[in-house]
Design a protein around this ligand. Structure first.
Ligand SMILES: Cc1cc2nc3c(=O)[nH]c(=O)nc-3n(C[C@H](O)[C@H](O)[C@H](O)COP(=O)(O)OP(=O)(O)OC[C@H]3O[C@@H](n4cnc5c(N)ncnc54)[C@H](O)[C@@H]3O)c2cc1C
Length: 342
């Protein structure tokens, strides 16, 4: 195997067990992103080391492990020599074993560009809508996400686009500040307008299937609002399918979906919002309380098989919805699309 000489900006050759091979730009930050940019259906989900979907075996060659403690690999995986493609940087030609699948091929080839932060408005006490702009038109499908490379923050952070691509270079995200969060804290509180951000995308398979005529259910947990908003915005503007939009928030202070959805065509009729609060204090909230998946089941129930489901949010919400829809309600996996915010 050819190792990469220190001065080279070479093209590397990656062989995959299924007889597939591709040329990778040595400047790529990870095997996963090199493969996706080459149009290979390399399995993946979060792209940031959290989920383990891009596990592979290195048969030959050398890679640098960008995040040796990444939670996407268990101790057992590590002992068996497994690696994460999203955390492996190629150091030369390589031969890898992984089961590729066309469903993972990017519908829009991801591109890395420099943007400028041009707008920030607080939606709640801890959630901000950010606007960034670049000179080239940006393409993505409603529901997809991008990777943001932030100065002083180790590793990229995934954030979903919250608007609809309009042929311009403008992109919007909704970011929730997490306790001690390096990336979200910078984006919500400190990054000054005019600052540059390198953004790579689009990624993700939980995008709106516009050709499917079924009624739509969007379920957002916390900052999972961003991709669901993008889907609802597109569906409201150009599809006849009705949308039931469930927003699960912790407290009444976190409810902000109505402000964002009410300007859309059909709000209150074709587009129905169901707010669910998990920690309401007595008397402060007259609406639904509890877990958002229970409310989905209460409203949709036995009719679940008639719908196309999209959801995004924290892992426990994703697991509860998978159990509800796939096991209890027997909804076909082709009707279920989600992103786990690991
Ligand atoms: C597909 C997807 C879409 C998402 N969309 C949104 C969204 O629209 N809005 C939103 O608010 N949040 C979103 N998230 C969550 C978001 O990416 C961050 O995890 C969250 O903002 C916390 O990041 P932080 O930097 O503030 O916290 P931190 O605690 O500093 O970092 C948390 C995350 O950073 C990564 N990380 C940490 N250390 C390292 C390291 N050494 N090397 C590499 N990576 C590291 C890990 O992925 C970890 O989960 C999404 C997540 C995923 C997977």
């Amino acid at each position: 195997m050819r190792a990469l000489p220190s001065h080279a900006c070479a093209t590397l050759q990656v062989e995959i067990n299924q007889g597939l091979s591709f040329a990778a730009d040595a400047a790529e930050d990870s095997l996963l992103r090199a493969a996706l940019r080459a149009g290979i259906g390399f399995p993946h989900e979060c792209s940031v080391g959290g989920c383990g979907a891009c596990r592979f075996d290195l048969i030959d060659g050398d890679v640098e492990d960008l995040w040796p403690q990444a939670p996407g690999l268990s101790e057992r995986d590590r002992k068996r020599g497994k690696r994460l493609a999203c955390q492996s940087r190629l150091l030369g030609d390589a031969k890898v074993r992984v089961r590729c699948d066309d469903s993972y091929r990017p519908v829009i080839a991801p591109r890395r560009q420099v943007f400028q932060l041009t707008g920030r408005r607080m939606l709640t006490h801890d959630m901000a809508e950010l606007t960034v702009e670049t000179e080239h038109p940006v393409a993505f499908l409603p529901g997809q996400y991008a990777l943001l490379y932030l100065e002083g923050v180790h590793g990229p952070r995934a954030y979903s686009m919250s608007h609809v691509a309009d042929g311009s270079g403008r992109v919007q995200f909704i970011v929730r500040r997490t306790p001690d969060g390096a990336g979200s804290g910078l984006l919500v509180d400190r990054l000054a307008l005019g600052e540059r951000i390198e953004i790579d995308g689009p990624y993700g398979h939980a995008y709106l299937r516009e050709q499917v005529g079924r009624p739509i259910v969007c379920i957002a947990g916390g900052s999972g609002l961003a991709p669901m908003l993008s889907i609802a915005r597109r569906a409201a503007a150009s599809m006849s399918a009705p949308v039931d939009f469930f927003f699960g928030a912790r407290g009444v202070d976190d409810l902000c979906a109505a402000d964002l959805l009410q300007e859309l065509p059909g709000y209150g009729q074709k587009l129905r919002l169901h707010n669910v609060v998990s920690t309401a204090t007595e008397g402060s909230w007259q609406g639904a309380t509890g877990w958002v998946h229970d409310e989905v089941d209460r409203v949709i129930g036995e009719r679940a098989g008639d719908y196309e489901f999209y959801f995004a949010g924290p892992p426990p919400m994703i697991e509860s919805l998978q159990e509800l829809l796939m096991l209890r309600r027997q909804v076909s996996h082709e009707q279920i699309h989600f992103d786990r915010f690991v």
